[in-house]
Ligand binder design. Structure first.
Ligand code: UDX
Ligand code: ADP
Length: 463
């Protein structure tokens, strides 16, 4: 099957970058990204590529090259579905906030709406690809909806989970460790798998393209994220022990990381992991395990989340304790709000929870993040519903200049590992702060001895 037209439903952090790279690497394929959110689509179409709605290093250049050639952004979902041979579903699958599975299961309502829309609109055979992270066996549900409500056309469902990490999305897409494609073992299933393999083979070596059954593919995505998150919780657990024993978690991480069986990546102790995937996927895994009565499996993975919550709480408690047991009316400057560097995404960022704790203690928070807007910061806090929006607005402010954010502060908390923080004029910052001037480095980013030489009281995670 020769693929000439594909579309992607959902122009978010996954759909946007993934389709931009496919379009760049496959100029012979027309790629249309659609979304219900007209504002988001308008931003993707903004004449100035600096204004696209997602910040990822290198993405603006790729969009600039392919947009209008074979990459299109539109709100006309029906038209894109009707015209395409392959339809990627890349919509959000947040944790349920209501009903059965509340706080744990993935909310599949957006996926189901997409399936129903595809079923209604499709007039010829389609390959439907799950891109969003989904509970294992979701493909079966999508298939059932498509087969029972469609117009008698044939649908093949593939699972093709995305492994890109935000901040390095473009590099991850250009040079993936692997591409995973799950599909049916039938003749039609094999043809559909091959069609998608051929798309990726335009730039990915074939030995990096794995094909499996649908369920293995769906579960591999959850498993990969659970393993990565578990490494972070494991090193964070050790960070607390290091603080009590005089060991240094960076040294421990280095020593164990040199064991080739363990490896050195994802061993950086921090204020806790954030992002839209790790917590959601583990909760989802826990829910699935419980639903099969596998309570020990569920408890095992849930501990990764418990440890992560503990790490965030421990960080805010330590700030309060160190500042003589009160932060009431004290200015605490946050360097960073995004869940990691090089992204404007703030979903589940540790900064949100640390700020919430400190505001409970009546602190005044001043945030500087190079890519996150004041509105986003307030929205994130309001979403927790801990207090009124007016109370949040009077407790937190944001600055476009880091030196202003730190001026007169009693303490600085580093919440995101943005490179630029390292090269600031720390003497100037010190001079403008209340004394003693504290730095709580939640990312072990800054040079502690240098800061101490200036006069700061410096505390890192795990040493
Ligand atoms: C993750 C997976 O890495 C990716 O494969 C999947 O497709 C989506 O989920 P992402 O959430 O974008 O990607 O970023 P990641 O780099 O994994 O970082 C997640 C969180 O863990 C961040 O808050 C990061 O700061 C934190 N982290 C990461 C640590 O605290 N320590 C580490 O050693 C690594
Ligand atoms: P992700 O990180 O998984 O990409 P995002 O929330 O960034 O998640 O993006 C998901 C996008 O999917 C949002 O822009 C949302 O508007 C869009 N979306 C959700 N449901 C539909 C739908 N039925 N049709 C079109 N777009 C949808």
């Amino acid at each position: 099957m020769k693929i000439t037209k594909i579309c992607c439903i959902g122009a978010g952090y996954v759909g946007g970058p993934t389709m931009a790279v496919i379009a760049q690497k496959c100029p012979q394929i027309q790629v249309t990204v659609v979304d219900l959110n007209a504002e988001r689509i308008a931003a993707w179409n903004d004449e100035n590529v600096n204004n696209i709605p997602i910040y990822e290093p290198g993405l603006d250049a790729i969009v600039g090259e392919a947009r209008g050639r074979n990459l299109f952004f539109s709100t006309d979902v029906d038209k894109a579905i009707a015209e395409s041979q392959i339809i990627f579903i890349s919509v959000n699958t947040p944790t349920k906030t209501y009903g059965k599975g509340k706080g744990m299961a993935a909310d599949l309502k957006y996926i189901e709406l997409c399936a129903r829309q595809i079923a209604r609109v499709a007039k010829d055979n389609k390959i439907v690809v799950e891109k969003s992270t989904l509970p294992v066996r979701t493909a079966e549900a999508i298939k059932s909806i498509l087969d029972n409500t469609g117009n008698g056309v044939q649908f093949q469902i593939l699972s093709n989970p995305e492994f890109l990490a935000e901040g390095t999305a473009v590099q991850d897409l250009l040079n993936p460790d692997r591409i995973l494609i799950g599909g049916d073992a039938t003749e039609e299933g094999r043809k559909a798998i091959q069609a998608l393999v051929d798309v990726y083979a335009n730039w990915v070596p074939e030995d990096k393209i794995l094909t499996t059954n649908v369920w293995s593919s769906e579960l591999s995505k959850l498993t990969a994220n659970a393993f990565l998150a578990q490494r972070i919780s494991s090193i964070n657990a050790m960070s607390e022990l290091c603080e009590k024993t005089g060991a240094d978690v960076n040294e421990v991480a280095k020593a164990i990381g040199m064991d080739s069986r363990i490896g050195s990546k994802f061993l950086k102790a921090s204020v806790g992991f954030g992002g839209s995937c790790f917590q959601k996927d583990i909760l989802n895994l826990v829910y699935i395990a419980k639903s099969y009565g596998l309570n020990e499996v569920a408890d095992y993975w849930e501990q990764v989340i418990i440890m992560n919550d503990h790490q965030k709480k421990r960080f805010s408690n330590n700030i309060v304790q160190t500042l003589y047991n009160t932060v009431s009316d004290k200015k605490i400057a946050f360097l960073g709000w995004a869940f990691k560097k090089d992204t404007n995404d703030t979903r589940e960022s540790a900064a949100i929870y640390v700020a919430d704790d400190l505001i409970n203690e009546h602190a005044k928070i001043a945030v500087y993040d190079p890519k996150v807007s004041n509105k986003k910061i307030l929205d994130d806090l309001n979403y927790l519903e801990t207090r009124t929006a007016a109370n949040n607005a009077s407790s937190i402010s944001s600055f476009t200049d880091p030196y202003e954010a730190c001026q007169n502060a009693h303490a600085i908390a580093v919440l995101t590992e943005w490179d630029e923080f390292i090269t600031y004029d720390w003497q100037k910052i010190y001079d403008s702060m209340q004394k003693p001037a504290f730095v709580f480095d939640g990312r072990n980013l800054l040079n502690g001895p240098n800061l101490e030489a200036i006069g700061f009281v410096y505390q890192a995670v795990g040493s």
